[in-house]
Design a protein around this ligand. Structure first.
Ligand code: DON
Length: 309
């Protein structure tokens, strides 16, 4: 038996919110620094259409790194397995999400996985379309379908703020370009990547996307296969091994569900064949994951025995 009511959920939110004061809002992207560190919002989406939510659910968040798992799904559908994994690897790094260190120590300078920034840039580079606007539109359409919400767009202010300050991501791009992993103009790729990261939604939309991954790529309402089962499987595997960056091991032990975090404080969870979860709590721990969001998921997983291991 899983969580049955908004009240049950609210109790968990109120308890988890207490640790938000120990975290810090990301401000290396200046526009993200405006978030309220005390906010916490959660939503759970079940396959029968039931959706529970609690907390500051009217808040919208930008996906940031959560977008990486969705762009990976699109690119695997666009280009196929061989082509994608020619450009990016499958191994966790144990390093922070924006680390440049491993690139130079590898035999082949390809990023170790699609969830670190270097790997995500290599993946976004593969989104098909004749210009940035068309590529972004294809990604947005894909996300709108998964969320069941045609109004999802991106936040121009956050995209612009990241574009103006993304010096480390520019460095990663130039390194990848030097080694032939990416071919396109770096500014053009950053334009697309920062808009991708600034795609904005509430935690109910996020839970709905998590549900599509949880249901092996099947839309719970239309029953359409919006992501091939095998692509959904690959994405969920990356969520387990690298979804929470260098906290993925601890997250797997303590919580045990495929999940992907972002520096905006979002976490998308996909409990296989059971439900999708959307969390938003902008105060982050030292590894860049929502501190109250993780606390909430820990308690949820314990109460309802959600670990897949
Ligand atoms: O590229 C960046 O730095 C951000 N747009 C996304 C990073 C991120 O969300 C890492 N998450 N924990």
């Amino acid at each position: 038996m899983y969580c049955q009511s908004n009240d049950e959920l609210l109790e968990l939110v109120n308890e988890a919110r207490k640790v938000a004061k120990d975290g810090k809002v990301a401000d290396y992207i200046p526009a993200l620094g405006k978030a309220n560190p005390g906010d916490l919002a959660v939503a759970i989406h079940y396959p029968d259409g039931t959706c529970l939510s609690a907390g500051d659910i009217e808040r919208k968040i930008t996906l940031q790194s959560i977008s990486k798992v969705i762009s990976l799904a699109l690119v695997l559908m666009d280009r196929g397995y061989e082509h994608v994994f020619h450009h990016v690897g499958m191994e966790p790094t144990g390093d922070p999400f924006n680390s440049i260190a491993k690139l130079e120590t590898m035999d082949v300078a390809k990023p170790l996985n699609p969830m670190i920034n270097a790997g995500a840039l290599a993946v976004t580079h593969l989104i098909i379309g004749s210009n940035v606007a068309e590529r972004l539109q294809r990604l947005l359409k894909f996300i709108q379908t998964m969320a069941g919400n045609p109004d999802i767009g991106y936040c121009q202010e956050v995209a612009q703020s990241e574009f103006e300050t993304a010096f480390l991501n520019r460095a990663l791009c130039y390194f990848l370009k030097e080694h032939g992993i990416i071919k396109e103009d770096v500014e053009q790729l950053l334009d697309l990547y920062t808009k991708q990261c600034a795609i904005e939604m509430n935690c109910l939309d996020l839970a709905r996307i998590g549900l599509v991954f949880a249901m092996d790529g099947v839309d719970p309402d239309s029953k359409a296969q919006v992501i091939p089962k095998d692509v959904a499987r690959i994405c969920k595997t990356f969520m387990v091994t690298c979804g929470m960056y260098n906290a993925s091991g601890e997250f797997a032990i303590k919580i045990g569900i495929p999940a992907k975090s972002g520096v905006s404080g979002g976490i998308m969870g996909a409990v296989p064949r059971k439900f999708g979860i959307g969390v938003f709590g902008p105060a982050l721990d030292e590894k860049g994951n929502s501190i109250a969001g993780i606390k909430f998921l820990e308690q949820l997983s314990r109460n309802y025995s959600l670990s897949m291991f």
